[in-house]
Ligand binder design. Structure first.
Ligand code: ADP
Ligand code: MG
Length: 624
């Protein structure tokens, strides 16, 4: 390291990247009242840096300062209104400093901005840490922030970063630093309370009591370092669990569920898992990172490793501690370790069993869980083959047999199936009312078959992918090949087979390429016609695919559509007469019939021609 003085090199000034400027603007000018969370964020960064250096020491022993006690030091100067947070963690190189603080648009910045701008007036800034931009919360209380840091890396030089949180920051080399990071906050005039020793101590006790390194305030240790997951369950209070959860997850409220379990075989595991009250991916806030840390004998091996648990479990927070892991396991070998796979299997299985038990113990609470996190279970049902059956059993569905808003399970559905019923029927729609008014369920209802109402578009995708449950096929009611047993029809009220065939042929040639097939339906009861899809995709999925196309309303491919007509319906019998006596009028009625069926299927993208025709038909009906 060079020994010349820092003042001999003048600092370079860099502008903040635009999104960071916006973010700082919100942070600086917010009227947010819980400004104390800045300390939680800076301490949590210091703790992360200490975890990293501890891990490096386990892997390599000949490193700078390997024998130091790892800790966080906070020093306050009440008169000068200065607070300093220092750690002897991993530090940052100059490159890391520029990358981590101020320039690169970290993925969370945009999401945080959209969340915070709507909540800026006294709103949700406590979430800042969850978006990976916690550092900037320092500017809620500080008019100037100075970061001095020296990385563990052998050839690193010390650096000092400074900013007043407006347009830019400066960066310069600095000699004489020891390993780690020191953050100095020159407090704003109205934030002097944060240079009071008692205030800092009480904030640490509130938010950072579980930090696994000693925190000293003016030389006095204020936290009790403890690993509550290694204690006996009966000795840990609900309050301790909740506080620990809040600490782990940066959540401001307690968890929805908690699972603390210990296993000795096939491997030794202590795990503490939590399900939050809220789903952080709601409102399109983007995909979450995993939330479970990996420990070996109370020492963190890795924070939030990928591939530890199946992806659908990313909403779960907590940690897993196993004595069987080698302490110095590297992050690379973590990826494809047989031990990790075993760990994952045991924990996933235990977690699913826990959810199943909870669903029995308190069905109402489980329904709420399902409403909030059901999408993750569905994602698991299609992606986690090994746990598919258990996941599907946890799904809850509304059906024609449940009361509106109430839900049932697929297992219960199967237990209610009628003799001769070929499978589990489902249909997608925007609401229960819309589905029940539509033409698809009447044939199933007439046979007293239960129909699952999929009110979430993703459900059709899931059911199509699952294909079956407990050996029973999952059948979409808008597919063409519903092989239903016949029901009684009164004599003389149905077109003859010959007439029906001729009418279908005439309609098909009238429609041309708009409709692939026209045929007489066995399923329809009160409706004159409906559209079914013959190919692999249900109408819902065609709708989804059309919606995903970039430009304009996409046309559905007519070839895959079948119009089923009801030969028992008076209108159909009338069209059959008219096609001989008044073909033009019969054509108009057939077109309208087809459009009505398209509308019910959700596939009519451009209603203009339909409206024009409907007006003509109205005029005719009114005799004008
Ligand atoms: P997050 O902690 O979620 O990554 P922050 O905005 O709190 O987001 O911190 C940004 C990054 O700055 C951290 O990921 C880390 O790389 C770096 N950093 C912040 N504080 C420290 C510190 N005390 N020691 C080392 N690196 C730090
Ligand atoms: Mg942070």
């Amino acid at each position: 390291m060079s020994t010349d003085t820092a003042t001999s090199v003048s600092p370079e000034t860099h502008p903040f990247q635009a999104e960071i400027r916006q973010l700082l603007d919100i942070v600086i000018h917010s009227l947010y009242t819980d400004k104390e969370i800045f300390l939680r964020e800076l301490v949590s960064n210091a703790s992360d840096a200490l975890e990293k250096v501890r891990h490096e020491f386990l892997v390599k022993t000949d490193l700078r300062g390997a024998s130091d006690e790892l800790k966080i030091n906070i020093i306050v100067d009440k008169d000068a209104k200065v607070v300093t947070i220092q750690d002897n963690g991993i530090g940052m190189t100059r490159q890391e400093l520029t990358d981590n603080i101020g320039t690169i648009a970290r993925s969370g910045t945009k999401q945080f901005l959209s969340q915070a701008t709507s909540a800026a007036k006294g709103g949700d800034l406590h979430l800042i840490g969850q978006f990976g931009v916690g550092f900037y919360s320092a500017f809620m209380v500080a008019k100037k922030v100075t970061v001095e840091t020296l990385s563990l890396a052998a050839d690193a030089e010390g650096c000092v970063w400074e900013s007043e949180g407006t347009g830019s920051y400066t960066i310069a080399p600095k000699a004489g630093l020891s390993r780690g990071t020191r953050i100095t906050l020159q407090l704003k005039d109205d934030a002097g309370e944060f240079a009071e020793e008692w205030r800092i101590k009480s904030i640490i006790q509130k938010f950072s009591n579980f930090v696994p390194f000693p925190i000293e305030v003016d030389g006095e240790k204020v936290n009790t370092v403890q690993a509550i997951w290694t204690r006996n369950k009966s000795e840990v209070t609900d309050e301790e669990y909740n506080e620990f959860y809040k600490f782990l997850s940066n959540d401001h409220e307690g968890p929805r569920y908690r699972l603390h379990f210990v296993a000795e075989s096939p491997i030794s595991i202590r795990a503490l898992l939590f399900v939050p009250k809220d789903n952080a991916e709601r409102f399109g806030m983007g995909r979450q990172d995993p939330g479970v840390d990996l420990y070996c004998r109370k020492v963190m091996i890795q924070k939030h490793p990928e591939n530890l648990l199946p992806e659908w479990m990313r909403f779960v927070k907590g940690l897993i501690d196993s004595d069987d892991l080698p302490l110095n396991i590297s992050r690379e070998t973590l990826q494809d370790s047989a031990l990790i796979r075993k760990l994952s299997k045991v924990i996933t299985g235990r977690f699913l069993k826990f959810l199943s038990e909870e669903s029995q113990r308190d069905p109402v609470a489980f329904d709420e869980f399902h409403n909030t996190f059901g999408r993750f279970l569905k994602e698991g049902a299609v992606s986690d083959y090994a746990n598919r059956d258990e996941l599907v059993k946890l799904l809850r569905v509304e059906t024609s047999f449940t009361e509106p808003g109430k839900k049932t399970t697929l297992t219960e559905y199967v237990s209610r199936m009628k003799d001769g019923q070929k499978g589990i029927y489902y249909i997608n729609g925007p609401s229960r009312e819309a589905i029940e008014a539509g033409p698809y369920v009447e044939a199933l209802r007439a046979r007293e078959y239960e129909v699952i109402y999929n009110l979430d578009q993703i459900d059709d995708f899931v059911f199509d992918h699952l294909n079956e449950f407990e050996g029973k096929p999952l059948l979409s009611a808008d597919k063409g090949d519903l092989d239903l047993p016949p029901i009684d029809v009164k004599e003389g009220e149905e077109l003859s087979g010959e007439d029906a065939g001729a009418l279908c042929g005439w309609m098909k040639s009238h429609f041309g390429d708009r409709i692939g097939t026209v045929r007489a339906s066995k399923r329809l009861v009160n409706n004159p016609g409906l559209i079914v899809t013959e190919g692999h995709f249900t109408a819902t999925m065609q709708r989804l695919m059309a919606a995903m196309k970039q430009s304009g309303p996409a046309e559905t491919d007519g070839k895959s559509l079948t119009l089923e007509i009801n030969p028992r319906h008076a209108l159909i019998r009338k069209i059959n007469d008219l096609r001989v006596n008044d073909e033009a009028f019969a054509g108009q009625l057939a077109d309208q019939l087809a459009d009505n069926a398209m509308l019910a299927a959700g596939l009519l993208t451009d209603p203009r021609a339909m409206v024009e025709r409907l007006n003509k038909l109205l005029s005719k009906a009114a005799g004008v």
